[in-house]
Design a protein around this ligand. Structure first.
Ligand code: HEM
Length: 500
């Protein structure tokens, strides 16, 4: 029998052979980048987990050092030239998503997670009609009603002399909107004291474990193999002791169970929910209704995809506006043209006609911390990206902040300048605004996102005089692996209600 030492030695030898292969014989060996990154995936784990760095931020320096293509893993390339974005994400590229990134949430299905284009297209055909421009305009009253609830809660906090945590407030707004719309089951996060709804708080906290889960797939799979509901049942005091990923999944499962155990409740919903669509065999090409796990995975995906990004756009936009009183005051004047009487809110269509508000939303989306490289697998026989022949099987990707912060495309890219979207030549810039990505896997919540952004920005700017409460630029430094979080203090602001 082999001794432990022989086994260890063999394992070490195999690792060494792998490293030598990766460095000198791998099809990507000619691409530049840190040697450690080429040798082993541990480089990434070291950066993201041990050093707690955001790879997309590190990559700005690496592209400067190594050029527009950088090898960031034994089998992974990141691209830095904005034009590469359109080479990878466009209508003709039906490339698989890479499981290294998309298995991180521990789901097997769900629109965002499905790896193959064909599967994702089938699911998209079922759900996308709910998110069309027309469907979303029918949802206008729901969005306004959540925005009014948000405004009332902010007024109450102000009366009690409390400033507002914008991250929690806007995530409560987006969570209530997405849950009421897609589940037909409102969680009323907006009524939680200080917007500290358990789901909002736990979702935020769970994002901190994403770098670990992404970099240690075996441990991750082990963790996810235990059903969250079991952990929550067997652990004493699970609200304190269970890892956040379990807590958030258990909460979403609970919300789903409320809907699925009582499907006739769906009849009371004033609009179609994802379950109307997914439980209807006629919406599926193969006429097969997804099983319980698939429904759960879809619900989880939609909640995370829909609740976090919109709220984060509001946070980043308002942070910049509060530091630019002149732009804020121009926005207030513009809003008065369609919203003169405080008690009669305008229609979404009227907000959409406002040039400065529209430009502000675009600029907020450009500044959104979207830093995950949305990785794809190059199919046979390979592809040309950024003018270079890339071998099949390579994982390729680009984070949208590398387009949005490019000096080749945007002048003063790090400055918040809504007027850039109103200047001559703004039309040219549009192709470089890619927060929702492009191509067959681009976001299908885009119309809902825009509607929520119009309504919430308008509500905050028209109804409140806002000033920052001690938040510093350092507080606004973020980290991101798949969803952004702020390790220090969230943006807080005083919101004094305007009277006319
Ligand atoms: C400002 C708000 C939003 C931003 C910036 C955003 C951004 C994105 C991006 C970049 C992707 C592509 C991800 C990839 O390639 O893997 C995506 C996909 C997706 N988004 Fe959004 N999103 C937003 C709001 C929403 C909303 C409100 C929903 C509501 C349901 C939503 C649902 C989805 C879904 C289901 C996918 C997966 C599509 C697929 O892979 O086929 N998103 N989003």
């Amino acid at each position: 029998m082999m001794s432990v030492w022989t086994l260890l030695l063999t394992a070490l030898l195999l690792i060494l052979c792998r490293i030598i292969y990766n460095l000198f014989f791998h099809p990507l060996h000619r691409f530049p980048g840190p040697r450690m990154a080429a040798a082993t995936t541990w480089w990434r784990a070291y950066k993201e987990v041990y050093k707690q760095e955001t790879l997309a931020q590190v990559l700005f320096g690496l592209h400067e050092q190594y050029g527009h293509i950088v090898r960031i893993g034994p089998n992974e390339l990141h691209f830095g030239k904005p034009s590469a974005y359109h080479d990878i994400y466009n209508g003709t590229k039906r490339w698989d998503k890479d499981e290294g990134l998309y298995r991180t949430p521990g789901l097997r299905s769900g629109s965002f997670i499905l790896l193959k284009y064909a599967e994702a297209k089938e699911r998209r055909d079922v759900l996308q009609p709910m998110f069309s421009k027309k469907a979303i305009s029918n949802l206008e009253s729901l969005i306004w009603s959540k925005a009014h609830t948000l405004a009332s809660a902010i007024r109450e906090a102000n009366t009690a002399e409390r400033s507002i945590d914008f991250l929690h407030a806007f995530r409560a707004f987006t969570l209530d909107t997405i849950m009421c719309f897609t589940f037909g089951n409102c969680v009323n996060a907006l009524s939680a004291p200080d917007f500290m709804d358990p789901l909002v708080v736990t979702m935020d906290a769970s994002l901190r474990s994403v770098p670990f889960l992404r970099n240690f797939p075996r441990i991750r799979d082990l963790i996810y193999s235990i059903p969250p509901s079991l952990i929550m049942r067997v652990l004493p005091n699970p609200e304190k002791l269970a890892p956040r990923v379990y807590q958030v999944r258990a909460m979403i499962e609970e919300e789903l169970a409320k809907v699925l155990q009582n499907p006739q409740k769906l009849n009371q919903a004033p609009h179609q929910t994802i379950f109307h669509r997914m439980l209807d065999a006629d919406t599926h090409r193969n006429r097969i209704i997804p099983d319980y796990t698939e429904l759960q995975d879809e619900g989880f995906t939609i909640i995370f995809a829909g609740a976090i990004t919109v709220a984060d756009t509001l946070v980043v936009g308002l942070w910049n506006l509060l530091n630019q009183p002149q732009t804020l005051s121009r926005l207030k004047s513009e809003l008065l043209t369609v919203w003169p009487d405080l008690h009669r809110a305008p229609r979404l269509k009227q907000l959409e006609s406002l040039p400065l508000l529209t430009a502000t939303i675009k600029e907020s989306l450009r500044h959104l911390p979207l830093a995950a490289s949305l990785t794809r697998v190059v199919p046979h026989p390979g592809a040309v990206i950024s003018g270079e022949q890339i071998p099949p099987g390579t994982i390729v990707g680009m984070a949208s902040i590398h387009v949005h912060q490019s000096e080749d495309v945007f002048s003063n890219p790090s400055s918040f300048i809504p007027d850039r979207w109103l200047d001559d030549g703004a039309g040219e810039l549009e192709q470089w605004l890619v927060p929702f990505s492009r191509g067959p896997r681009m976001c299908f919540g885009v119309n809902l996102a825009w509607a929520e952004l119009y309504v919430a920005f308008a509500m905050m700017i028209r109804c409140f005089d806002m000033t920052i409460d001690q938040t510093t630029p350092e507080d606004m430094e973020w980290r991101e692996c798949i969803g952004v979080y702020y390790p220090r203090r969230h943006l807080h602001a005083w919101c004094r209600p305007v009277v006319r």
